[in-house]
Design a protein around this ligand. Structure first.
Ligand SMILES: CC(C)(COP(=O)(O)OP(=O)(O)OC[C@H]1O[C@@H](n2cnc3c(N)ncnc32)[C@H](O)[C@@H]1OP(=O)(O)O)[C@@H](O)C(=O)NCCC(=O)NCCS
Length: 157
């Protein structure tokens, strides 16, 4: 079937979702906070955080979290902010990250958002090249040492 879906994190999948972070390389661990940390932040910031497990059919393969009430968006644009995003190492490079992002874009469209922002480490090619290939543009803004990227949702409609 090979269908990617986004599902809530619950008591049933919490442990396996937190374990996915262990599969990342040392460099990748610099790019994204551990999922357990993100889930703690989600608990503490419920007005902001929209955390979801990424499933391939019945298998949890990643984690994504959107800030649905972001502050500090340039020019007060009507935007969401992609806060955390990871695919477990065995499942990377197979198009699943792109499919998960497609589902976030669907949510942006449903919620009538104009832009999706994110930021990323610039030490390696990834994830910068992944985002550019997807359609994000580099704003040239640096925030906490990370490059700020922006996607115009209308280009994906
Ligand atoms: C970034 C990440 C989420 C991407 O997910 P993924 O499933 O590996 O990516 P996909 O397989 O969907 O790749 C989509 C596109 O990016 C491109 N891409 C993937 N890896 C690449 C690389 N190393 N260099 C350049 N382009 C790359 C692919 O060519 C693909 O384009 P195509 O479908 O036109 O060929 C995943 O690699 C990851 O979890 N990395 C570690 C954590 C991280 O950096 N998170 C982001 C925090 S900002």
């Amino acid at each position: 079937m090979n269908k990617i879906t986004l599902q809530p994190v619950t008591n049933d999948n919490f442990r396996v979702i937190t374990k996915l972070s262990d599969t990342l390389s040392d460099y990748q661990k610099k790019c994204v906070a551990p999922n357990v940390y993100s889930l703690a932040q989600a608990y503490l910031n419920q007005f902001h955080a929209w955390p979801r497990a990424i499933y391939l059919d019945d298998t949890p393969i990643g984690f994504i979290m959107v800030d649905i009430n972001p502050e500090d968006i340039p020019n007060n644009e009507n935007a969401y902010y992609l806060w955390r995003f990871m695919i477990a190492s065995d499942y990377q490079g197979k198009g699943y990250g792109k499919e998960a992002l497609d589902l976030i874009i669907e949510k942006c469209i449903e919620d009538k958002k104009d832009f999706l922002y994110t930021s990323c480490e610039m030490e390696g090619d990834m994830p910068y090249q992944f985002y550019l290939k997807y359609g994000f543009i580099d704003t040239g803004i640096l925030e906490d040492g990370e490059e700020v990227l922006k996607l115009d949702i209308s280009t994906k409609k």
